[in-house]
Design a protein around this ligand. Structure first.
Ligand code: GDP
Ligand code: MG
Length: 172
């Protein structure tokens, strides 16, 4: 008999880094080069940890824009996990710095047990990389976060990063 436990997960990060694309790849295995911007969307996906344990992710995909920033605590306050996304093709001063500020905000305001995964997205554009992998890796290590690079477009590491989170969630 398999038991399913539900967890809330929130996506955070600058707009256009690929938050919605990562979720759509994970939930529907789809990708589109033309995505409308989101205010907030709710999707679910269930993964199997072993023959007796499944994890259902209840995913809040939020907008990164400054004008919606005040809404963010509504989504992360009760979240069990957060995926904070930046774009590796942008210089670190932009979306990577923004990701760091989201981490600090979660450390101040979210539940202390929240599982945080930092994700550098768009690895299919390696030739346009401007944020070195090591920057993300080092920050994640210093702050005790999970870390992955991924591509919503190619699908590289997308399923795996959600599985990594699933393994860290506290099962009753
Ligand atoms: P959001 O604002 O963070 O939700 O970003 P979106 O998911 O809407 O994506 C913004 C743009 O980046 C869209 O044009 C996507 O097609 C594109 N995009 C998202 N992920 C990737 C990726 O992994 N690789 C590439 N090449 N483009 C991506
Ligand atoms: Mg979006």
């Amino acid at each position: 008999m398999s038991r399913t436990t539900s967890f809330k997960l929130v996506l955070l990060g600058e707009s256009a880094v690929g938050k919605s694309s990562l979720v759509l790849r994970f939930v529907r295995n789809e990708f589109s080069d033309f995505r409308e911007s989101t205010i907030a969307a709710f999707l679910t996906q269930t993964v199997t940890l072993d023959e007796s344990t499944s994890i259902k992710f209840e995913i809040w995909d939020t907008a990164g824009q400054e004008r919606y920033k005040s809404l963010a605590p509504i989504y992360f306050r009760n979240s069990n996990a957060a995926v904070i996304v930046y774009d590796i093709t942008q210089p670190p001063e932009t979306s990577f710095e923004k990701a760091k500020s989201w981490v600090r905000e979660l450390q101040r305001q979210a539940d202390p047990s929240i599982v945080i995964m930092l994700v550098g997205n768009k690895t299919d554009l390696e030739s346009q990389r401007k944020t070195p992998r090591e920057l993300g890796e080092r920050f994640a290590e210093e702050e005790g976060l999970l870390f992955s690079e991924a591509s919503a477009k190619s699908g590289e590491s997308v399923e795996e990063l959600f599985m990594e989170i699933a393994k860290k969630l506290p099962l009753a």
